[in-house]
Design a protein around this ligand. Structure first.
Ligand code: ATP
Ligand code: MG
Length: 264
C-alpha cells in the first residue's frame, strides 16, 4: 500500500499536518520495560514552529523518532497529512520519510570524507533524481543556507554552525514540508545557535515549512511560536511561546540580527 497524497483526499490548509492520539512507546518487556511515552495527544498545523522541551528522559527524542517515522509507536494513532502511518511497515515508513520529512540531528550526521555538495545530493540520489538535477538543486540549497562558497568543503573543513547548515540543506533536499530537529544547537556556541534558529525561522516564515525542534535551551525555544513541555512521557504544558519564555529572553530574539542567517 502506498500512502496517498493528502491533496487527493480534499484536505485543506486548516487541517493538521501532524495529529497524534494517545501515543505510547514502551521499550523492552516485562520487569525491565521502559514506558517512554504514556499517552500523548497533540496536533500541529501546517506552517507552525513548535519547540519541545522537558527534562532529560521525559520522552522528547522518542516522540521525535515517532513523528519522524524513524520508529513505530506501541499503541495510539499518528496521522501525517491525513494518512494514518502508525501501522505502516518499515519500507512504507521509509517512503513517507523520504518525501515528507527532513531530519536534523545534534551531531550533524554528515558523511565525513564527502564534500558539502555530495552530502546534500545524497537524499536525491536515493530518490532517483538524475545527476545534473541533483547538482543543480544541491548547489541552490547550499546557496540558500549561505554556503554557496563552501560547496566543495568537507565537514572537517567547516565550522559547527556551517556543518549544521549543510545538514539543514540536506534535510530540505527532497522538498519535505516538515523539518524536525532534535537538539540542533546542542553542539554549537550561542552565535552559531542564533544563525541556525534564524535559518529555521526564515524557512518557516518564507517557505511555510513546518518546524518541530527539541531543545533544552529557552534561548532556542524563544524562536518558536509554541512550546510543548514533556514530563515523564506525557505532555504537561502546551502554550504560545510568549507565555512560556521570559520576556527578557524574547527580547534577545527581537534584537538578533535577522540578516545574519540569510547572508552568512
Ligand atoms: N532504545 C531504547 N531502549 C530502551 N530505553 C530507551 C531507548 N530509548 C530511550 N529509552 C528510555 O526512554 C526514556 C525516554 O528517553 P528519550 O530519549 O525519549 O528522552 P529525552 O527526553 O529525549 O531525554 P534527553 O533530554 O536526555 O535527550 C528514557 O528513560 C530512556 O532511558
Ligand atoms: Mg533526547
Amino acid at each position: 500500500m502506498k500512502a496517498e497524497p493528502a491533496m487527493a483526499r480534499g484536505r485543506g490548509a486548516a487541517d493538521p499536518l501532524i495529529e497524534v492520539g494517545d501515543l505510547t512507546k514502551v521499550y523492552g518487556e516485562g520487569a525491565t520495560a521502559v514506558h517512554a511515552l504514556r499517552g500523548v495527544s497533540l496536533s500541529i498545523g501546517p506552517g507552525e514552529f513548535v519547540a519541545i522541551m522537558g527534562p532529560s528522559g521525559s520522552g522528547k527524542s522518542t516522540f521525535m523518532h515517532l513523528l519522524g517515522c524513524l520508529d513505530r509507536p506501541s499503541s495510539g494513532s499518528y496521522r501525517l497529512a491525513g494518512v494514518e502511518v502508525s501501522r505502516l511497515s518499515r519500507d512504507q515508513l521509509a517512503d513517507i520519510r523520504s518525501r515528507q520529512i527532513g531530519f536534523v540531528f545534534q551531531s550533524f550526521n554528515l558523511l565525513p570524507r564527502t564534500a558539502a555538495l555530495e552530502n546534500v545530493e545524497l537524499p536525491m540520489l536515493y530518490a532517483g533524481v538524475d545527476r545534473g538535477e541533483r547538482m543543480r538543486r544541491a548547489r541552490a540549497l547550499l546557496e540558500n543556507v549561505g554556503l554557496g562558497d563552501r560547496v566543495d568543503h568537507r565537514p572537517s573543513e567547516l565550522s559547527g554552525g556551517q556543518q549544521q547548515r549543510v545538514a539543514i540543506a540536506r534535510a530540505l533536499a527532497n522538498g519535505a514540508p516538515l523539518l524536525m530537529a532534535d537538539e540542533p544547537t546542542g553542539n554549537l556556541d550561542s552565535a552559531s545557535s542564533i544563525e541556525i534558529m534564524t535559518l529555521f525561522r526564515r524557512l518557516n516564515r518564507e517557505r511555510g515549512i513546518t518546524v518541530v525542534v527539541v531543545t533544552h535551551d529557552m534561548n532556542v525555544a524563544a524562536w518558536s511560536g509554541r512550546v510543548v513541555i514533556f514530563k515523564d512521557g506525557l505532555v504537561t504544558d502546551d502554550r504560545p511561546v510568549a507565555e512560556v519564555v521570559p520576556a527578557s529572553v524574547m527580547a534577545g530574539v527581537a534584537a538578533a540580527p535577522a540578516a545574519r542567517g540569510d547572508r552568512a
